[in-house]
Design a protein around this ligand. Structure first.
Ligand code: ATP
Ligand code: MG
Length: 420
């Protein structure tokens, strides 16, 4: 061990487990790539104001969880706590919405930072794959995104996840509900901070995890009863499209989510094997966000799925991913001449697309064969001076144990055939 450790609330992805993370990112992004979403990458930090305005001054993310810093040049920056505000900022900056091709459909994958109380499934550095469809108000788009996330989780083999669905209304009906809710909440027995929250963002109080708070919320006015006709019709359409696609969801009228920008469709993917950190992903429609960060009206919808929690969900369900083979052939040279000859073979194999590795450092046969075993390679190539004198290498099938001498000049072709 060195003098240093990974900072509190972070962990390193190391082989072999790191392969699961790559596979999860791949599985989540594949349905998006096949559905017209283009890849976008934005900086790991942004002007702090982007998040203050875009995510919301009243959210935990902005008030408590953001890593902020002042640069030597005096700029106020924040490590990105989420992806949507940055992606929308970048799309507006590049005028993607003006290319006459709405919606702008984008996907991303990267690291996010939140100063949280670390626990299993909750870290200070975590990773998400996300998708945003910008500039179009169409229930089909909301449904598309939910269906693609469902498809991604299913392709990974996950089964014990549920989709929670709600509508948060729009700028017509939500203010009316907000007032009704505030009136109700002000009469409850709540602590100072929660009382403040009632004035800034009362919907967030519904999301309070504490049992004594939840107990008082049983008779709270329900957003569903306040939705305007347009919001109701929109929501019904999203629900019908999901049902038609065979996607099972649960109506959850308490689902509000921790970001201020959501309107209408809101959803969360939860996994029942994860304890209290049960949300594996979430998203929704954010019709007002563009204007909140100084852009034109661009109704949009998106989601972000947490890679770390998805890996935990796979482990909780005992799903073994079908990971790509890392090494197919492992070469073990005995002596200097064999080292040069086999390294040439390994290079040729690699150029021919065969995953191959090599016993470096002039190790003895026993130790090198141990490494060959550990590598999981299907075949090993062993060659010593006598083999080379005969122009052959020993090709061993690690599954059957069979071994045969193969001409040095033929071995690449032979392995390509055998590996199909
Ligand atoms: P939670 O309610 O658990 O705090 P959230 O609502 O803050 O989640 P989002 O901002 O919607 O989460 O982020 C989308 C996904 O990113 C979450 O569903 C989760 O899988 C993941 N995520 C969020 N925060 C963390 C974290 N601190 N550590 C690991 N994963 C996280
Ligand atoms: Mg959170």
């Amino acid at each position: 061990m060195s003098t240093f450790q990974a900072p509190k609330g972070t962990y390193d992805l190391i082989p072999p487990d790191s392969a699961k993370f790559l596979a999860v990112r791949e599985a989540i992004s594949a349905p998006l790539r096949d559905s017209g979403y283009g890849y976008i990458e934005t900086p790991g930090f942004e002007n702090v104001e982007l998040f203050a305005r875009g995510v919301g001054e009243s959210t935990d993310i902005v008030t408590k969880e953001m890593y902020t810093l002042t640069t030597k040049g005096g700029d106020q920056l924040a490590l990105r706590p989420e992806g949507t505000a940055s992606v929308l900022r970048a799309a507006l900056e590049a005028n993607l919405h003006k290319a006459g091709n709405l919606p702008v459909k984008l996907w991303y994958s990267g690291s996010y930072y939140r100063y949280e109380r670390p626990q299993k499934g909750r870290y200070r550095h975590f990773s998400q794959v996300g998708a945003e469809a910008i500039g179009t108000e169409d229930p089909v788009l909301d449904a598309e995104l939910i269906i693609l996330a469902d498809q991604a989780y299913r392709s990974l083999g996950l089964q014990q996840f549920r989709i929670l669905l709600n509508s948060l209304g729009d700028r017509e009906c939500r203010p009316v509900y907000r007032e009704a809710l505030q009136t109700f909440l002000r009469d409850l027995d709540l602590d100072e901070e929660t009382r403040r929250r009632i004035e800034i963002n009362p919907l967030r109080v519904l999301d309070d995890k504490r049992a004594d708070v939840q107990k008082q919320l049983t008779d709270a006015p329900r957003l569903r009863d306040y939705l305007c006709d347009a919001c109701k019709a929109y929501h019904e359409e999203v629900r019908a499209l999901l049902t038609a696609a065979g996607v099972v969801y649960e109506d959850d009228e308490k689902l509000v989510r921790g970001l201020d920008y959501y309107t209408r469709t809101t959803f969360e993917f939860v996994h029942d094997g994860l304890g209290s950190q049960s949300a594996v992903g979430g998203g929704g429609r954010y019709d007002g966000l563009s204007e909140m960060i100084g852009g034109p009206a661009l109704p949009s919808v998106g989601w972000a799925l947490g890679v770390d929690r998805t890996v935990l969900a796979l482990e909780a369900e005992g799903v073994e991913l079908d990971l790509p083979v890392t090494t197919s052939v492992y070469a073990v040279p005995l002596g200097d001449e064999a080292r040069r000859a086999l390294f040439t073979v390994v290079t040729e194999l690699r150029r021919a697309g065969v995953a191959a590795d090599f016993a470096f450092g002039g190790r003895g046969l026993k130790g090198a064969m141990k490494s060959a075993n550990r590598s999981g390679a299907r075949y090993t190539l062993v060659a010593g001076e006598r083999d080379l004198a005969e122009g052959v290498v020993q090709l061993k099938d690690m599954e059957s144990g069979e071994q045969a001498a193969v001409g040095l000049a033929d071995v690449v072709a032979e392995l390509k055939t055998r590996l199909g």
